[in-house]
Design a protein around this ligand. Structure first.
Ligand SMILES: C[S@@+](CC[C@H](N)C(=O)[O-])C[C@H]1O[C@@H](n2cnc3c(N)ncnc32)[C@H](O)[C@@H]1O
Length: 287
């Protein structure tokens, strides 16, 4: 791959998905895009780049999707799901008692293991019986969303993180594969959305899982995402990040729960400061 083709692809991926590739990741781009070029009937990356430059939008989306990392598994890292069951849901059960409704968002949901793990937690959480619980799963990649919607996993995938009792209780074996039962699948809505865009039309959520996607972004992109997530989280809601992700030094929109790793709350001091500066501006303008 020529240096100029690499620079073009780096810029394109940063703009379209937030992926921040360092200068030495040509091998990664080549390993994913050479097979894709061949599959599209093109000899190599130079021709792929030329086609993208000529305005082949569908091909551009395929390239962007091919460069995403979709690694995921059921109950990944365990701790966030312990926080959900032991801290977040019990508090919301009280706070939303009159409304009896909850909205949970998995903001980079990949092939569905994360939102379905959330759905199984909700299903097992006795106090929520009879509540309206909406779980929205979004991802940039249409390919992973299709797999998620089907809810069909290999033996290997169900062996990663999923307790055997849950496999027996919530899945049906189809030959060598396992499909999540329809009631759990129906708890999750899958939609294609890019975290780089304003998603406020999705409304506000009580809980947001945004895990293992920000690690691919640079600081400014992460700060932008945190700002948008903050506007979509209810004031007493919870944000759960991946084990290698944090807001510290990037955004003051959230503050970490000092006792629970990976759990973040809206920084109400910041919100109060923003509110106060609005009041001061109004006073200064004489309104
Ligand atoms: C490594 S997976 C993480 C899945 C899951 N959250 C977990 O922790 O197991 C990252 C996912 O983020 C998605 N992704 C990457 N960039 C994105 C963007 N700009 N907007 C939305 N999703 C994105 C990828 O398609 C991929 O499915």
């Amino acid at each position: 791959m020529t240096p100029s083709d690499y620079e073009f692809l780096r810029k394109l991926l940063k703009e379209r998905s937030g992926l921040d590739l360092s200068a030495d990741k040509q091998y990664l781009v080549e390993s994913r895009l050479i097979p894709l070029a061949r599959k599209s009937g093109l000899p190599g990356i130079a021709e792929l780049v030329a086609k993208i430059k000529s305005g082949a939008d569908a091909l551009t989306s395929v390239v962007v999707e091919a460069m995403t990392t979709n690694e995921t598994f059921f109950f990944r890292d365990k701790i966030p799901f312990d926080h959900l069951r032991q801290t977040v849901l019990p508090a919301l059960l009280q706070a939303r008692a009159s409304r009896r409704a909850l909205r949970i968002w998995c903001a980079a949901s990949s092939t569905g293991q994360e939102p379905y793990s959330v759905a199984m937690c909700v299903k097992e959480f006795a106090g929520l019986a009879g509540w309206r619980v909406e779980i929205v799963a979004t991802d940039l990649s249409q390919g992973v969303l299709e797999k998620a919607k089907a809810g069909i996993y290999s033996q290997f995938e169900v062996q990663r993180g999923l307790p055997i009792q849950m496999l027996v209780k919530y899945f049906t074996q189809i030959g060598e594969l396992w499909q999540l039962n329809a009631d759990i699948r129906a708890m999750v809505q899958h939609r294609q959305f890019n975290l780089l865009q304003d998603l406020s039309h999705l409304g506000t959520f009580d809980v947001i899982f945004c895990r293992n996607v920000l690690i691919y972004f640079d600081q400014d992109t992460k700060a932008g995402v945190f700002g948008r997530l903050a506007r979509m989280l209810d004031t007493d809601g919870a944000l759960l990040l991946g084990a290698a992700e944090s807001v510290v030094g990037i955004s003051d929109a959230f503050k970490p729960d000092p006792e629970r790793r990976g759990l973040y709350r809206l920084n109400t001091d910041r919100a109060a400061r923003a509110g106060m500066s609005k009041v001061l501006k109004l006073v200064a303008s004489g309104r």
